[in-house]
Write a protein that binds this ligand. Structure first.
Ligand code: FE
Ligand code: FE
Ligand code: MG
Length: 165
């Protein structure tokens, strides 16, 4: 990071790096939860749900990339080993032991709600203090909001389907 770029970051960078790494742990767990969920999924609207889960998995991976890039720019080190994911995560990993579509949708809706809270927290932490990280968190949060909405819409579709048979 350049000299002036460093000077405009007006907060404790170590605290910020810790939050960014915690979010990175969440993103990798979210990626895997979506990815493996898309593989084992069974039940109503399987094709549509599978496509959505894969799309979201790819978004979470892109979020992980954005976070890692920002961590490095700020002079930190992104989590180097997967065993840290479980130690640093904010959001619980929900294993899709029951692969039924509605259960998987509920698990991922919970994860998205947690993700939204994580980025709200990072936005509050960086508001007026680190505009670059703030903007990144805003961008990711917008995706997480869309993810929650998409999954809720799929649940609604399944409800309509059930009420018409
Ligand atoms: Fe994400
Ligand atoms: Fe998401
Ligand atoms: Mg979507």
């Amino acid at each position: 990071m350049g000299k002036r770029a460093k000077e405009i970051v007006d907060l404790d960078v170590d605290d910020l790096l810790k939050e960014l790494n915690k979010a990175l742990a969440d993103e990798w767990l979210a990626y895997y939860q979506y990815w493996v969920g898309s593989k084992v999924l069974v039940g109503p609207m399987r094709g549509a749900v599978e496509a959505e889960l894969i799309e979201h998995a790819n978004d979470e991976l892109r979020h992980a990339d954005m976070l890692a890039e920002r961590i490095i720019t700020l002079g930190g080190t992104p989590i180097l080993s997967p065993d840290s994911w479980y130690k640093m995560n904010n959001c619980e990993y929900a294993s899709p032991d029951d692969p039924a579509v509605p259960v998987i949708l509920d698990q991922n809706i919970d994860a998205e709600r947690c993700a939204i809270d994580v980025y709200v927290k990072i936005m509050k932490m960086t508001d007026g203090k680190d505009p670059v990280t703030w903007e990144m968190a805003r961008e990711i949060m917008t995706d997480e909001i869309e993810h929650e909405e998409d999954l809720e819409a799929l649940k609604d579709d399944i409800e309509v389907m059930k009420s018409r048979v």
